[in-house]
Ligand binder design. Structure first.
Ligand code: FAD
Length: 329
């Protein structure tokens, strides 16, 4: 039986959050197609991280291990994944759209004579096994949604954009780990690994914040920003913004959320005076809990919000800040 194979990525000794989102995408596709999910991680089969893989139990977890994979190279990863795919024979391979995946996945696709449908933000499965699923990706900086289907033969390779899918709620997983030892030779690795990419220390990494307070044009002028900054400080949150706020230079570009800014998926995203244009939504709709404050009850942000407050932010935000301070003592 064919399957959906999801290849998770370890970053800083943990499975990266975007990998869990890729797993959620894999489950969406697998459930729609009636297929089982297999997982692969490039690591030693004895890595305790494997026992912590949670989510709906997969059929098999493959630990792809070889000493030539201990340092990342696109040559090594593409070759090892190609051999794993030949062994597992999945119908679909899903990867998180990380810097590393962007580096090796095109090489893997070329090696398999397939295309890579990259940066996928949505999956539509259709009734009937004969109708190919549709994969959505954005074009022209989010102005257009394009729909792609894989109609050729062979495996379909996909990478999933950060924040596009909500990571599954954790469930205990009792699946056993199967070592997969690819045949690799030193001569196949033609690339010397350099220092892995790290965002500069000055850059705000909104992606790792647990709570984001995000401010939009409803704030009216720069002088009013301390109102939302105070709420962010009280909550222990990072401050983010919609594009007009950054375009105006009221906050630095690195705090912009959206299709031309950062993609985020914090536990709580508090949108203050943000209308909810698609270019903003695509950057934050994967957040676990969205709270919106807007004076317009028809603002599109309420369509994605878990909690909505219809009201004037200049009244609601200071009241919220005072309440948080009171609770925190
Ligand atoms: P507005 O749309 O003006 O909304 C302001 C909201 O505040 C309104 O809903 C209003 O009801 C509310 N409001 C006003 N006063 C109050 C008050 N006193 N109390 C409560 N609510 C109030 N945008 C992004 O955010 N990120 C991107 O990355 C991005 N990329 C883009 C890329 C392209 C190619 C294009 C064309 C656009 C992009 N945009 C992006 C812009 C996007 O289309 C919207 O224009 C933008 O998101 C709107 O920002 P906003 O919600 O802050 O402002």
């Amino acid at each position: 039986m064919s399957s959906v194979l999801v290849i998770l990525e370890i970053k800083d000794r943990i499975i990266s959050r975007i990998s869990w989102e890729a797993m959620a995408a894999a489950h969406t596709l697998a459930e729609g197609r009636g297929l089982p999910v297999d997982i692969a991680v490039v690591t030693s089969p004895t890595n305790p991280i494997l026992a912590k893989i949670q989510g709906k139990p997969p059929r098999t977890i493959y630990a792809v291990d070889h000493k030539l994979l201990h340092a990342y190279t696109s040559d090594g990863y593409a070759e090892a994944c190609a051999q794993l795919i030949a062994h597992v024979k999945p119908a679909y391979v899903i990867l998180p759209h990380t810097y590393q995946v962007r580096d090796f996945a095109p090489r893997l696709a070329t090696r398999l004579k397939q295309v890579l449908i990259s940066d996928v933000t949505g999956i539509e499965t259709h009734a009937g096994a004969s109708v190919a699923p549709t994969f959505i990706r954005q074009l022209l900086q989010g102005k257009l949604n394009a729909r792609y289907s894989h109609t050729g033969t062979g495996v379909c390779l996909l990478s999933i954009q950060a924040g596009a899918f909500r990571a599954d709620a954790p469930e205990a997983s009792a699946t056993t780990v199967e070592p997969f030892l690819p045949k690799l030779e030193a001569a196949q690795i033609r690339i010397q690994p350099g220092e892995p990419f790290r965002a500069s220390a000055q850059t705000v990494d909104l992606g790792s914040a647990t709570i984001l307070v995000s401010v939009g044009r409803g704030i009216k002028e720069e002088a009013n920003l301390p109102i939302v900054q105070e709420l962010a400080t009280a909550l222990g949150a990072e401050l983010a913004a919609s594009r007009p706020i950054c375009d105006a230079g009221w906050l630095p570009m690195e705090r912009q959320v959206g299709s031309s800014g950062q993609t985020v998926a914090p536990k709580v995203y508090l949108a203050v005076g943000i209308s909810g244009a698609i270019q903003h939504l695509v950057g934050m709709k994967g957040s676990q809990c969205i709270v919106a404050i807007n004076k317009d009850e028809n603002a599109p942000i309420f369509e994605v919000a878990d909690y909505g407050i219809v009201g004037d932010l200049f009244e609601v935000v200071p009241a919220l800040t005072a309440a948080v301070r009171k609770v925190k003592g």
